[in-house]
Design a protein around this ligand. Structure first.
Ligand code: NAP
Length: 238
């Protein structure tokens, strides 16, 4: 019998991350719910279990080296390896007083947003790689945004947030190049404009719809694309 696959989703307590955890659980994965707040994490794990998902919680603040190292130890002791990592945790950063207008850009906001959206993915990926390398078909999905595309020029002017996703896309390319000779497949995903707390529930898409592309990239066949940027409809321009 095939071994049950293990997936870690960061920022899985709500929004698109929760929907990814739910969707992967429905595909038969055992899901590690990465979340920084104990109560929100426990509530999400209970809700997933009530829906038939084999879920367990992992305390994880992607901005903390200590928390990320402890999370890797927790996944190792609970599951022994990792098949899928979805770097989903993300923040928009403050928009107050022109903080993300490029002409009045607040560099502290830039640092804060990069620390979660880009450096957070690096921290978690590098801590989890030894566990991923123990899997037969490891996949890493970086939850990006078309706002990070240098070609599309889309969405509101959010110079910290959009640039953080551009950097995340660059990291996807570099990880894919570095891991080209391995079985670890790394891609970036764009969920579309999704109604979550992040968007003030303004987007036209549901979290389940936003999760589709990440679930697809998390379950790519061994000859699937590497180092790409995709939404549900297909490849996106960088
Ligand atoms: P959300 O509902 O605000 O959820 C964000 C998740 O990230 C929450 O679970 C949050 O945890 C977690 N998080 C934030 N900082 C964290 C940290 N330091 N450590 C661990 N977890 C942290 O947002 P969403 O709409 O689902 O967005 C998920 C991802 O999709 C983000 O990367 C976002 O940039 C991307 N995205 C969203 C849209 C959209 O339209 N919604 C479009 C394009 C891309 P807490 O509950 O503890 O805050």
């Amino acid at each position: 019998m095939e071994q049950q696959k293990i997936a870690l989703v960061t920022g899985a307590n709500k929004g698109i991350g929760y929907a990814i955890a739910h969707g992967l659980g429905q595909e038969g994965f055992r899901v590690a719910v990465g979340a920084r707040d104990d109560a929100r994490r426990d509530a999400a794990v209970q809700k997933l279990r009530a829906d038939g998902v084999d879920a367990f919680g992992v305390a994880l603040d992607v901005t903390s080296d200590e928390s990320v190292a402890a999370a890797a130890r927790a996944v190792a002791s609970e599951a022994g390896r990792l098949d899928v990592l979805v770097n989903n945790a993300g923040i928009s950063g403050s928009l107050a007083d022109g903080a993300q207008d490029p002409t009045t850009l607040d560099l502290d906001v830039v640092r804060t947003v990069l620390d979660t959206n880009a450096f957070g993915a690096v921290r978690v990926t590098n801590a989890m790689l030894p566990l991923l390398e123990g899997a037969d078909s490891p996949r890493i999905v970086n939850m990006s945004s078309d706002m990070g595309s240098l070609e599309l020029h889309t969405g509101p002017l959010l110079a910290a947030y959009a640039a953080s996703k551009t950097m995340l896309n660059a990291l996807t390319v570099h990880y894919a190049r570095r891991l080209a000779d391995t079985n670890v497949i790394v891609n970036s995903a764009c969920p579309g404009y999704v109604a979550t707390d992040f968007t003030g529930h303004d987007g036209p898409r549901t979290p389940d719809q936003g999760a589709v592309v990440a679930i697809r990239l998390a379950t790519l066949p061994d000859d699937g694309p590497r180092g790409g940027f995709f939404n549900e409809a297909g490849p996106l321009p960088w």
